[in-house]
Design a protein around this ligand. Structure first.
Ligand code: GLU
Length: 479
């Protein structure tokens, strides 16, 4: 049976790059009826938190990803948190020490730093020279006596070529001379390191396909060497090209939002984010971009993923979200928008009215939180004109419109039955038309130059609010 995994480190929020890995693994699971394993890689005790683990799990669930085995639901191959597996790793370390594939290294941090500095002086990458490879028992005891706490290093013999037959990258060959020498697998505080335990877990959990970011490709030969030394079968690999920002540098906060939880907070739809992440780096047969998960599963193949980096296009994600939003039934849109409105203080008992307002402006919202700025024009007896509306209303040309509107609404000529006709009446009285008429009128009623059609806004405002806004505009710009 095919088994894939997603192995986040709980050291912060779920990053979109990692979410993409989670999503692609999920497509593979669905396509092949594979088992999906969620493993928490929390050996960085300084930075790992339960809070982060919970937020990652919650974001994954929100995205619609369901796993078959994991820390919350268990499974045959648990525990699924690395911090709960230390006894298992210890047994493997013993084995590696006994077989001579690993050894205790007593070099201190200072000594290693000095070696590193020397290598840097000569413009060479640091390669551990194997100082502690052949220590005698006396030497070891002497070091212990000095209070030195050893690390455990994995012995990397020269002359081995390590072939990764990557499902995306193709055949990648590493030679053991070029991977930095003997590397640490257990730190002096007894904590095993990522490259070591990841392969133990992948094999013990029977993972058949490791699908992850390309940043882990250079780690793969180390992981494969450990598998060989332990006589464990290495899984197959697929390394996805990195996600870059629009300027083709590593995607970071500088470029825009990179946490799934913030997209969620802003009211992106999970289906849209899933769709967007799923389609990074490959295209559907028809080139269509709004694609259901079933269709994505049907069309996806690891081999379709290109070798070059994928660019994270924030605008496109927003557009995709707006497309999903457009197709959402009204009831769902209301319940999606309400929390944003409540938080911003736009509340009313008149739900029927509120829903009609939402129906009028939902098309202008690309993401749910946009509703807050879009709805502002419908609330309040007066409106605070934004800068461009204010400038327009201050111009001489707008005066005639404001004055005529004021005169008409304060006379008996305009009332709650015919106020919809006010624009026409102003047109006739002033002789103004087109933009010269519409724009100041819109600015007067809504405080903005753009927005939904006035014919739709005015009935929703109601006569009293409409009248007060005109009076207020008059007092502000004419009086
Ligand atoms: N915990 C690793 C990370 O978050 C994942 C490593 C892997 O997929 O092998 O980058």
């Amino acid at each position: 049976m095919m088994r894939v995994r997603f192995a986040p480190s709980p050291t912060g929020f779920l990053h979109v790059g990692n979410a993409r890995t989670a999503v692609l693994n999920y497509l593979v699971k669905k396509k092949n009826n594979a088992a999906y394993i969620l493993r928490i890689e929390d050996t960085d005790t300084q930075r790992s938190t339960m809070e982060s683990e919970q937020s990652i799990l919650s974001d994954l669930k929100w995205l619609g990803i369901q796993w078959d085995e994991g820390p919350d639901c268990g499974g045959k191959f648990g525990p699924y948190r690395q911090s709960e597996r230390f006894d298992i790793y210890r047994q493997f370390t013993e084995k590696l020490l006994i077989t001579g594939n690993a050894y205790h290294c007593y070099c201190t941090q200072e000594e290693l730093d000095a070696m590193r500095a020397k290598a840097a002086e000569h413009n060479k990458p640091f390669v551990y020279p194997g100082t502690c490879r052949h220590l005698s028992l006396e030497q070891k005891l002497a070091y212990e006596h000095q209070g030195r706490k050893p690390t455990v290093r994995f012995r990397v013999n020269d002359g081995i070529s390590i072939v990764v037959n990557d499902h995306i990258k193709g055949k990648v060959v590493f030679s053991s001379e070029n991977i930095g020498g003997d590397f640490i697998i257990v730190r002096s505080d007894g904590i095993p390191v990522y490259n070591y335990i990841v392969i133990i877990d992948d094999t013990l959990m029977n993972i058949t396909h490791v699908i992850r970011g390309e940043d882990h490709l250079p780690n793969t030969p180390k992981q494969m060497l450990i598998a060989m030394a332990l006589d464990l079968p290495a899984p197959e690999y697929a390394h996805m090209p990195l996600l870059l920002g629009p300027d083709r540098t590593k995607l970071s906060k500088r470029h825009g939002i990179t946490s799934v939880s913030i997209y969620r907070e802003q009211g992106y739809l999970s289906q849209a984010l899933f769709n967007y992440l799923a389609l990074l780096g490959w295209t559907t047969r028809s080139g269509e971009e709004i694609v259901s998960i079933e269709e994505l599963v049907e069309q996806f193949e690891l081999s379709k993923i290109g070798k070059s980096p994928a660019i994270f296009d924030f605008q496109k994600l927003k557009w995709m979200n707006s497309e999903y939003l457009k197709n959402l039934p009204s009831e769902q849109v209301y319940s999606l928008f309400y929390p944003y409105l409540e938080k911003a203080g736009y509340t009313t008992h008149d739900t029927g009215w509120l829903n009609s307002v939402i129906d009028t402006i939902r098309g202008n919202c690309q993401i749910a939180s946009d509703i807050v700025s879009e709805i502002a024009i419908f609330f309040g007896d007066t409106v605070e004109p934004d800068q461009e509306a204010g400038e327009l209303l201050s111009q001489q040309e707008s005066k005639a419109i404001i004055m005529t509107a004021y005169e008409l609404v304060t006379s008996n000529e305009v009332n709650e039955h015919n106020y919809h006709q006010l624009l026409n009446a102003i047109k006739q009285k002033t002789g103004l038309k087109g933009k010269m008429l519409f724009m100041p009128f819109r600015a007067m009623i809504t405080g903005r130059l753009h927005g939904p059609e006035l014919d739709k806004i005015i009935p929703l405002l109601g006569y009293q609010r409409f009248k007060k806004r005109i009076e207020n505009c008059y007092q502000r710009f004419i009086n």
